[in-house]
Design a protein around this ligand. Sequence first.
Ligand SMILES: NC(=O)c1ccc[n+]([C@@H]2O[C@H](COP(=O)([O-])OP(=O)(O)OC[C@H]3O[C@@H](n4cnc5c(N)ncnc54)[C@H](OP(=O)(O)O)[C@@H]3O)[C@@H](O)[C@H]2O)c1
Length: 331
Amino acid sequence: MKKISIGIIGKGNIGSEVYHKSQSNGWIVNWIAGSKGIFSDLSEKTKIAELKNYEQHLQGLDGIFLAIPTLDNGEAGFHYIKSSLNANVPVVTCEKGALSNYFLELEEAIKNQQIGYSATVGGGSRLLRYLQERIGPQVQEIHAVVNGTLNYIFEGLSNGRSLGEVVEETKKLGYAEPGAKHPLEVIIKEAIGDVPMKASILFNICNLTNERMRTKDVKIETIEQNELKRLIKEATNRRYIVSITRDGNNEEDVIWGFKHKIDDWHISAGFKHVEDNPLFRNLIPSGVNNAILTSEGEFGKDGSYVLIGPGAGPGPTASSMIIDAKKIMHL
Ligand SMILES: NC(=O)c1ccc[n+]([C@@H]2O[C@H](COP(=O)([O-])OP(=O)(O)OC[C@H]3O[C@@H](n4cnc5c(N)ncnc54)[C@H](OP(=O)(O)O)[C@@H]3O)[C@@H](O)[C@H]2O)c1
């Protein structure tokens, strides 16, 4: 049987978990790269090459895993994906910037199953695959909780825990987006940095229109201090929800977030009131889980359907990436 050889870009929470899971599958990890260079293993004892020379190390690989933070509009991720595809090496990514800003440019490779992207939204829940199967002209509304960290924080606040305590826990468990330190910084980074990218990917994979959403086109207001105070006070009844609907709802009870329109479709997100839409009752997951709900038929007469699963954390995310890898490497 042919031995599978892979490379991993990013050696943090997710990259190191992918490293271990790849080895458990009997795959050879040829190298793992971080910002300091390309190394033979996680220990960084043996440096193979400078990071800028990684293209020379793609030859002969069966796949690349990409697990770097998004520190730009996805250019770094896009560049890694393009160069891997140019070398005929398929890519599995959990980095959201590339797909949320360059979906159109990558769409052909996505259709040809050269890119695995299930972990970009919904962590380990495989929510994107589920949505792709459900989508059709009967779907009138889609609502989603796609940020497990915010859901975890707001559930913790509802249970009487302090913001500082619950945010510290999300960081220890590896749920929070890399980089943020202060509790409010974590909330802002998740809501501004993470969710608009996930909303774009959600919208784009649904193929509802010919136009694609780019996160960099979405206008997001900065949150005011008084809104933040209200948010913490009302935490019990607030969850960060993304909605994709045919009718825009201007009457929504929402704190912060964004609204974006593409053709007939309205994409909105924010800390919505859980009683604002009866469908939200079935949507809100517990803990760090993510959820997606589709409402089908006129006024939902054909029912609503929900998928809930683990939305963040190195274990579920890396597992989902391994499933993608097996598919795109035809194993
Ligand atoms: N944590 C989760 O539950 C979760 C779930 C789904 C998706 N994600 C996504 O997974 C990605 C990684 O998250 P993480 O928690 O693993 O982050 P992390 O722990 O901060 O690790 C990031 C790694 O990427 C490396 N890196 C940064 N910029 C790079 C570049 N330009 N080229 C090569 N390597 C680079 C860093 O190198 P150094 O170590 O040398 O600094 C580090 O090893 C993010 O895009 C995140 O949104 C995370």
